[in-house]
Design a protein around this ligand. Structure first.
Ligand code: SF4
Length: 334
């Protein structure tokens, strides 16, 4: 039966080999690996936004790249528009590339400093042979620059990235991602480097463009607060695992996993009085080393609720209400 989700991943695994120098190789037999992603599964329905949230080192960026097949998974399956794309070679992926795009965190690093903005946005049209000729492609670029609020577009077309602000540069990157009219966009910390005021403008733009082009987003962020504006569902990642997934309301109103509760408690409140009374539960310590992840529940070294079983056995994923899933022994018992 054809999968109704636009994107579906099952038990996705990515382990990177650790590079060792000659001396280390002499004394170590075991080949060490970074366990970046360890059995991640999720689905994104067409027109929805899934927020992938976690601290640095949680595996969220690697997951985003795996979904787009920018890197090959060690194990697991990726489906796009109902088709299993896992075994596809780079050449076979090429026609699908125009349907799946990515917006990176740093717009300056994403843009060629010597290429004019108009040419940068036109480039994907050239690669995918879209548009009858250069004149038509230029018209398509001007229209897209207008849609991302770079006005007048003719003026922006001939500028270089260094001649515009950081927020405008990220608008250019979004325009370049959308010029091929993709169905699916991975936004990897797309607003993280921007000032707070510019951040909310960009989030609003992404929401407007999503409606206009019927886009589906995977919105990757370390900042749970930004998911408020854009996400329908949220998956919380910790050390390469999804520890909780639910609707936006589930995660904000009824967080279940101790790690999600800690993240929610750290979200700043607009009213400072509420912030004073809000109990912060940020766990001490850091995300453990992904080369030697702890046994059992990956969160147990930092969890204030841990029990003996937590350091021995990995918790199963339990659905605690419709579509709200959590991997924690507390809920497995109930
Ligand atoms: Fe904490 Fe145990 Fe739940 Fe892990 S399984 S989050 S250690 S209570």
């Amino acid at each position: 039966m054809k999968d109704s989700a636009l994107v579906a991943v099952e038990n996705l695994v990515k382990h990177f080999p650790v590079r060792m120098n000659f001396i280390q190789m002499l004394f170590t037999r075991e080949k060490k690996k970074v366990h970046a992603v360890n059995g991640v599964s999720f689905r994104i329905e067409e027109g929805q936004t899934l927020g992938l949230v976690g601290e640095s080192g949680s595996g969220k960026t690697t997951t985003g790249r795996l979904v787009l097949k920018l890197i090959e998974p060690t194990d697991g399956r990726i489906k796009f528009m109902g088709k299993d794309i896992t075994p596809l070679k780079p050449k076979e992926m090429r026609p699908l590339r125009r349907e799946m795009q990515i917006v990176f965190q740093d717009p300056l690093a994403s843009l060629n400093p010597y290429m004019k903005i108009g040419e940068a946005v036109r480039h994907p049209l050239v690669i995918h042979k879209i548009g009858r000729n250069r004149i038509q492609q230029r018209e398509m670029v001007l229209e897209m620059l207008e849609k991302v609020n770079l006005r007048p577009p003719e003026e922006f077309y001939n500028r270089y990235p260094r001649q515009i602000s950081g927020g405008q540069r990220q608008r250019v990157v979004i325009a370049r991602a959308l010029i091929t009219r993709p169905k699916f966009v991975v936004a990897d910390e797309a607003v993280a480097m921007l000032d707070v005021s510019i951040r909310s403008q960009l989030l609003k733009l992404m929401v407007d463009l999503k409606k206009e082009f019927n886009l589906t987003y995977l919105f990757i962020t370390h900042d749970l607060a930004t998911t408020k504006y854009i996400c329908d569902r949220i998956a919380v990642m910790y050390l390469g695992h999804i520890v909780e997934e639910g609707s936006f309301k589930d995660i904000y109103s009824e967080p279940a996993h101790p790690y999600t509760k800690a993240l929610i408690s750290a979200v700043p409140e607009p009213d400072p009085k509420i912030m004073e009374t809000k109990k912060k539960m940020i766990p001490s310590g850091e995300v453990p080393n992904a080369i030697e992840p702890p046994p059992g529940c990956p969160f147990h070294p930092r969890c204030p609720y841990k029990e003996a079983v937590c350091s021995r056995i990995f918790p199963e994923v339990v659905e605690i209400s419709e579509g709200h899933k959590v991997a924690c022994h507390i809920y497995a018992k109930k």
